[in-house]
Design a protein around this ligand. Sequence first.
Ligand SMILES: Nc1ncnc2c1ncn2[C@@H]1O[C@H](COP(=O)(O)OP(=O)(O)OP(=O)(O)O)[C@@H](O)[C@H]1O
Length: 228
Amino acid sequence: MSSMLRAENLHREISGEVPVKLVNNISLDIQAGEFVCIMGPSGSGKSSLLYLLGLLDIPNQGKIWLDGVDTAGFSEDELAEQRLQHLGYVFQFHFLLAEFSVRDNVALPMRKLAKLNTKEIDERAELLLEKLGMLGQMHKFPHQLSGGQRQRVAIARALANDPKIILADEPTGNLDSASAGNVREILKNLAHEMGKTVIAVTHDAQFAAAADTRISIVDGQINTTWQA
Ligand SMILES: Nc1ncnc2c1ncn2[C@@H]1O[C@H](COP(=O)(O)OP(=O)(O)OP(=O)(O)O)[C@@H](O)[C@H]1O
């Protein structure tokens, strides 16, 4: 195994009359193909940490290495390129575009990256939808799907550019238990069968039980780390 995402002494605070420490001196080292869950009480800084690890926010102090590459000092354009190529995101709310079909939603990140032609993009979108059991719904629009189906499309979209890392923020938070179990198995298999590094924030104990590593956050700091 090799280090896929390494963070050293991450700090993130919001300045103001009373500065708020969201992330307070967090260091971690996540391996390729590892399934990691971040847990902790509401407001403890889990999402803030995930945004830093996903290069969606910039730490006030500390560094992040993505597959050995130091991301400190990257310009906004360079960070956007890293996000598009190497990171896939799944949120509690799916953020699918309402006016786009299922297939077009999955195709969108590939169109932005512009490495494949239109035919190749549609073929890959269909392949990903097939893997997630959603091929039959590809011409539908997000409002025509159930919550679990939308989340599977969101996972297909996250996989579009074959990222190294999938970051998920409460991916089962809005789902009934059967759909939550389905999404949990999909994300676990992405790590264990496809070798993706999966990092998920969750309050869902069953979801966390499937992880290789559980990191518990309290007041912006790592409280405990548990490994299977
Ligand atoms: N932009 C911001 N400005 C001020 N406070 C913020 C900001 N973003 C987050 N916070 C506060 O920082 C703390 C950490 O927030 P964060 O969303 O990271 O926690 P969390 O552990 O993910 O919570 P939850 O489980 O409820 O989603 C919370 O108290 C939150 O209210």
